[in-house]
Design a protein around this ligand. Structure first.
Ligand SMILES: [Mg+2]
Length: 173
């Protein structure tokens, strides 16, 4: 059970990950959380480095879809700014949102990477959907109120995971 919370990889930020690194892992499609993964949870516009990263992936033939538990209004605004499809109210860690996103692409599950900043939603959900899960450090140290509760549980899960194996952050995949 505990291993369902273990990400396949841990990187500081998605923005250092190149299309080549993803391709070497066999990744063809990127699903990504929005809040505190791509931008701070209270940021309202897409920064230029986000636009550049997505354009870099697209140019290399890697598709990107935002899979977020947040509202349609919030997710649509950023997704439209960067020009990618999105799934809102994804209900992570349930697999419903991932299944909706998977319907957009003709790829195997292990060809999809899921980036996210939370073990309890992004990694656990991504693992349940049998995607390649990549944990990133939160963009901002603070969280929305509902995430604060998850973070408390997350701390306990991290402590339990560390008993089994050391968790190390990497710079590339
Ligand atoms: Mg998040």
């Amino acid at each position: 059970m505990l291993k369902m919370f273990l990400p396949n990889r841990m990187v500081h930020t998605p923005y250092d990950i190149t299309a080549d690194q993803l391709k070497q892992q066999g990744i063809k499609v990127v699903f990504t959380d929005l809040d505190n993964t791509l931008i701070a949870w209270d940021d309202e516009t897409a920064p230029s480095h986000l636009v550049e990263w997505i354009n870099h992936l697209k140019a290399a033939g890697i598709e990107v879809t935002i899979v977020s538990n947040n509202s349609e209004e919030r997710v649509r605004k950023i997704a439209d700014e960067v020009g990618v499809p999105f799934v809102y109210r994804a209900q992570k860690p349930l697999t419903t949102g991932f299944k909706r996103a998977m319907r957009l692409y003709a790829v195997r599950r292990d060809e999809v990477a899921m980036f996210g900043d939370q073990l309890l939603t992004d990694v656990f959900g991504g693992n349940r959907a049998r995607l390649f899960t990549i944990l990133v450090k939160p963009v901002k140290q603070s969280d929305a109120w509902n995430t604060k509760i998850n973070r408390k549980i997350e701390k306990i899960v991290i402590a339990l995971l560390k008993r089994k194996k050391p968790l190390t952050w990497e710079d590339q995949l």
